[in-house]
Design a protein around this ligand. Structure first.
Ligand SMILES: *Cc1c(COP(=O)(O)O)cnc(C)c1O
Length: 378
C-alpha cells in the first residue's frame, strides 16, 4: 500500500551547513548574522519598512495586537474560518473578536460584509489570506481608512503571493508570516512581523525585545538599555534563523515546484468540477498565489467523509479544517458572529485539503484524483 502523508517538510540540503556556521560563530541567541540575513531578505522581497523574525506567526500577531494598542472591550474584525492564533493574539489583550463570513470562492473574509460589522469599539481588521490567495485588499484598506482602523494581515500562508502585483504582507499597516513546518518556507517553528507603517517600527523592536530598548543600544543609539514599554521574548535563536536562511535562498524554486503540483491537481479536477461533483479553488484575476494548499469543496459532509475514508484505505492522508471559531467553545465565550456565517460553516464541513509537498509523486496524485473521481459512482 502507498504511504502518502498529508505533509512532508522539504529540506533544501543546506540547513545543517548553515546551522554548523551558527554553531561555530558562537552566537546562538537571537539577532545574529542569520537573523539579519532573513530580515533583510523579507524587507527586499516583500518591501516592508521593517521585518523582524519571531519564534512563530502567533508571536508576530501578539506583537501586532500590542502595537495596535488593543484594550479590553475593543473589537477586532476577522474571519471565523481561520486558525485560532488570529483571534487569540487579540483576545489576550482583552479584545472581542467579531467574526465576518467568508466568500464562497476564496474562503477569504467577505469584504462586502465588513462595514456592517464595524461599531464604535472597532479598532482593527485582520484579513487572513487563506491558502495564500489574497483578500480583496483595496476594498479592505479603503474601509479601514474611512473608519480610522488598522489593518493587520495574517499572511501566515501568504509568503510569495501577490495582490495586484504587491506582495502579501506589504499592504496592511502590519502583517504576520509563519515558517511553521506545514507552511511553504519553514524553520520548524518560526514567523516574522512585517511593519509597513513607519509609525510602528521603533515600538515593534522594543516589544519584541522584552519591552527594552536593547536593539537601539546594540546600534549605539543609546548608551544603556532599560525597560521602556510592555513586551515579551519573541526572538528566535540563530539555529532556527540559520535553518530558515537555507530555505529563503531556495524560495523561488520551492514556489515553482509547489505551483507545478497545484497546477496538476487543478487540471485533473477540472472535469469533475464541470460535472458538478466538486468545486476547485478560485484564484481571482488580480492575484498570484504560492500553492500553499490544494483543496476541494464537496457537496456535503457525507461525500467528504467518504472520500477521506477511501483515500485512507489507499494509504493517502488528507485533512480538513477549521472548526469555525464562532462555533468553538472559546470563540462563543469571547467573540461574536457579526451576521450569517453560512459560507464559513460550509467550508468547515465540506472543504478537504489534499497532500501537497515537494516530492509528491505523480503516481500518488493520479491515485488521489482517481479515488476522488469515483465519488458518486456507487
Ligand atoms: C499557521 C497559521 C498561523 C499560526 O502560525 P504559527 O507560526 O504556528 O504560530 C496563524 N494563522 C494562520 C492563518 C495560519 O495558517
Amino acid at each position: 500500500m502507498m504511504n502518502v502523508p498529508f505533509n512532508k517538510p522539504y529540506m533544501t540540503g543546506k540547513e545543517l551547513w548553515y546551522i554548523s556556521q551558527a554553531h561555530a560563530s558562537g552566537h546562538l541567541a537571537g539577532d545574529g548574522t542569520f537573523t539579519k540575513k532573513c530580515n533583510a531578505w523579507l524587507e527586499q522581497n516583500i518591501g516592508s519598512q521593517k521585518a523582524l523574525l519571531t519564534h512563530s506567526c502567533t508571536a508576530a500577531l501578539e506583537i501586532s495586537a500590542m502595537l495596535a494598542d488593543i484594550r479590553p472591550g475593543d473589537e477586532v474584525i476577522m474571519p471565523s474560518y481561520t486558525f485560532v492564533s488570529t483571534a487569540n493574539a487579540f483576545v489576550l489583550r482583552g479584545a472581542v473578536p467579531v467574526f465576518v463570513d467568508v466568500r464562497p470562492d476564496t474562503q477569504n473574509i467577505d469584504e462586502t460584509k465588513i462595514e456592517a460589522a464595524i461599531t464604535e469599539r472597532t479598532r482593527a481588521i485582520v484579513p487572513v489570506h487563506y491558502a495564500g490567495v489574497a483578500c480583496e485588499m483595496d476594498t479592505i484598506m479603503d474601509i479601514a481608512r474611512r473608519h480610522n482602523l488598522l489593518v493587520i494581515e495574517d499572511a501566515a500562508q501568504g509568503i510569495m503571493s501577490t495582490y495586484k502585483g504587491r506582495p502579501l504582507g506589504s499592504i496592511g499597516h502590519m502583517a504576520a508570516l509563519s515558517f511553521h513546518e506545514t507552511k511553504n518556507i519553514i524553520s520548524g517553528e518560526g514567523g516574522a512581523l512585517l511593519v509597513n507603517d513607519p509609525r510602528f517600527v521603533a515600538r515593534a523592536e522594543i516589544i519584541r525585545e522584552k519591552g527594552t530598548n536593547r536593539s537601539q543600544f546594540f546600534r549605539g543609539q543609546v548608551d544603556k538599555y532599560t525597560w521602556v514599554d510592555v513586551g515579551s521574548s519573541y526572538l528566535p535563536g540563530e539555529i532556527m534563523a540559520a535553518f530558515l536562511w537555507a530555505q529563503m535562498e531556495e524560495a523561488d524554486m520551492i514556489n515553482r515546484r509547489r505551483l507545478d503540483i497545484w497546477a496538476n491537481y487543478h487540471q485533473w479536477f477540472a472535469s469533475l468540477e464541470k460535472a458538478g461533483k466538486v468545486r476547485r479553488p478560485t484564484i481571482p484575476r488580480e492575484c498570484t498565489h504560492n500553492a500553499h494548499m490544494y483543496y476541494l469543496m464537496f457537496p456535503d459532509i457525507e461525500s467528504r467523509s467518504a472520500v477521506i475514508a477511501r483515500l485512507k484505505a489507499r494509504g493517502i492522508q488528507t485533512v480538513f479544517h477549521y472548526i469555525p471559531l464562532h462555533s468553538s467553545p472559546v470563540g462563543k465565550e469571547m467573540g461574536r458572529a457579526a451576521d450569517d456565517m453560512s459560507h464559513t460553516d460550509a467550508a468547515g464541513e465540506r472543504l478537504l485539503r489534499l497532500p501537497l509537498w515537494i516530492g509528491l509523486e505523480a503516481e500518488h496524485a493520479d491515485v488521489i484524483a482517481e479515488v476522488v473521481a469515483a465519488i458518486n459512482e456507487n
